[in-house]
Design a protein around this ligand. Structure first.
Ligand code: GTP
Length: 348
């Protein structure tokens, strides 16, 4: 089965954390975010995957080439101008002949795609929208359904007094190919505004698949940090990570006096000096040097980072190549070496 993943319009970055790394390639427990998403789809037999993208994705090509592992076919659909979520699907949908999935490429979930497909088929739906339950739906698109799951209304980013449901559009759809007929070629078009409401008005069979499962929109650094911690703790699953208290990959040197409390993962080639303390949840990328007596707690470090002796890093995200000075104190910060004017930015 086919899935189209929307990986973004021009310049998709996890600002202020990354300028040079595009959002799909941001590491989650040391593997690109989008690789987790692709392998989760493949685990449900959805292994013909199109990445729809609107920017020059050299790093994505270089990493995946034309596959993402055994039996997974990966292709790319490029846009010359921003087409919006639906426009991008139309642009990518040339070869869609059967029921297909669409995923927003910046959300991560434990949605059971197999069960969602069965729900879609049982209801003979034209479109099925996965719904996620959130405490505060005011930042999202709220979807109202009747008891059978049939969608009654969409309310985009309601003010607090207009909240009628906590179920929001989770950015995962199953569509019949005929939906592509409602989207004009080569024009900016969004599902939330241009496709789903007109389908409702025409009385088409649009359903909401509402199941309480893990879901996060990793559009902000704080949510990205949360996602890493949640994968480490096993609150959500990924075929790329088996939950373990402490994982130390190859070629690492850990001084016997260093203390590590899980959940923590330390990637290849790291050097953890004497008396260093790592308190999970903690992710440490490859080739990092953690200096004598340094403390890393509840933080995500990417690759090639040097943490000076006695430094302490808490609740922070550090992008690749950063050098943290001796005895520095970092709390709830994002550090980005490739943002020359603002290497250390605000709270995450
Ligand atoms: P807000 O609703 O504005 O908060 O942003 P959002 O990122 O949650 O939603 P949006 O509907 O803008 O985007 C949903 C997903 O579609 C994201 O993964 C975007 O990267 C992706 N996306 C948005 N516009 C385009 C586009 O023109 N082309 C492609 N290929 N993907 C897009």
């Amino acid at each position: 089965m086919k899935a189209i993943i929307l990986v973004g319009g021009e310049g998709t970055r996890l600002r202020p954390l990354t300028y040079s790394v595009v959002k799909p390639m941001v590491p989650v427990v040391n593997r690109p975010f989008i690789e987790h998403v692709i392998l989760k789809l493949a685990a449900h037999g959805i292994n013909d995957i199109v990445l729809a993208m609107g920017y020059k994705p050299d790093s994505i090509f270089a990493y995946f080439k034309d596959g993402a592992g055994a039996g997974i076919k990966l292709s790319y659909s490029l846009e010359e101008k921003p087409l919006g979520t639906a426009g991008a699907v139309k642009n990518a949908g040339g070869h869609v002949e059967d029921t297909f999935f669409v995923l927003n490429g910046d959300t991560f979930s434990d949605i059971d795609y197999t069960e969602m497909l069965a729900f879609h088929r049982r209801n003979r739906a034209l479109a099925t929208i996965a719904l996620s339950y959130v405490d505060d739906p005011t930042r999202f698109g709220v979807v109202e359904t009747d008891k059978s799951g049939r969608v009654k209304a969409f309310i985009e980013k309601p003010t607090r007094d207009r909240v009628t449901s906590n179920w929001i559009n989770a950015g995962v759809y199953i569509l019949q190919p005929s939906v592509l007929g409602c989207i004009p070629d080569n024009q900016f078009f969004m599902f939330e505004k241009g496709v789903f409401p007109p389908l409702l008005e025409r009385g088409e069979r649009v359903f909401g698949y509402a199941v309480k499962s893990y879901w996060i929109d990793m559009g902000r650094p704080s949510q990205y940090h949360q996602l890493n911690c949640d994968v480490l703790r096993g609150l959500c699953s990924s075929p790329l990570y088996s939950v373990k208290d402490i994982t130390i990959e190859q070629r690492c040197s850990v001084h016997p006096s260093a203390r590590i409390t899980g959940p923590a993962i330390i990637n290849n080639g790291c050097n953890i000096a004497e008396d260093a303390v790592i308190i999970g949840p903690a992710v440490i990328g490859s080739n990092c040097i953690i200096g004598k007596g340094a403390v890393i707690e509840n933080s995500v470090l990417w690759d090639d980072i040097i943490v000076g002796a006695g430094a302490s890093i808490t609740g922070s995200i550090i992008a690749s190549g950063a050098k943290i000075e001796e005895n520095a104190r970092l709390e709830d910060l994002t550090v980005n070496q490739d943002a020359p004017s603002d290497p250390i930015t605000k709270k995450i």
